[in-house]
Design a protein around this ligand. Sequence first.
Ligand code: ADP
Ligand code: MG
Length: 252
Amino acid sequence: MTSEPTAPTGEPLVVLDQVNKHFGSLHVLQDIDLTVNRGEVVVVIGPSGSGKSTLCRTINRLETIDSGTITLDGKALPAEGKALARLRADVGMVFQQFNLFAHKSVLDNVTLGPTKVRRKSTSEANKRAMELLDRVGVANQAQKLPAQLSGGQQQRVAIARALAMEPKVILFDEPTSALDPEMVNEVLDVMIDLAKAGMTMVVVTHEMGFARKAANRVVFMADGQIVEENTPEEFFTNPQSTRAKDFLGKIL
Ligand code: ADP
Ligand code: MG
């Protein structure tokens, strides 16, 4: 697998500073400070409803925020227009439900963004898409429709589709939660390879094996707040807060 970090690792790539968001009276994100450095893998865990998906969605502005700032590679998130489209192209997203285009082939799912948004030629986009489908182990499925693939294969296509845009960071929102158990590892293995290759990743997951293997940092969220942030070793063996201890007690 080839590695594609564009710059030395370490400097801040995604920075959230005092981010707040409400849904009506629900204060879903409360004074969130979070820095994701280039090449870093940050795993976000926490109870259902704690704001993990909303946090991901604010980073590519699928959700607006009420106060605070979010910067990507040193630039503030644009609100609209072409700048927003460019930002979206820089932030890949992989969802629990795959969200592939049902009526397009696997190959077309991967080439659509690069041809429409990145203005790549069809031949160039096809070539790159086949490389990426090969990288995630589904090149032989390229002409099929998503529904003809297993869930694990579809999620690997979704990862290839995200990679095809050459994003600066990829956000994964519970990428294995909708999968049958026997398919979880084939997706996690692709994600572990990506992490090793230097991709910057924010991963919402309850897969503790993945967190231990691939995460540089674990962020624990509860009730709209970041309650704890630590290395996986420290977090899992020595959680500090009552809420983290309770949560780990339920899932481990
Ligand atoms: P998590 O991903 O940690 O389970 P979410 O970010 O999905 O949490 O949701 C956090 C809270 O915000 C939940 O109480 C949820 O019901 C609420 N919520 C999420 N999206 C919306 C929305 N579009 N409108 C209103 N409430 C929402
Ligand atoms: Mg969620």
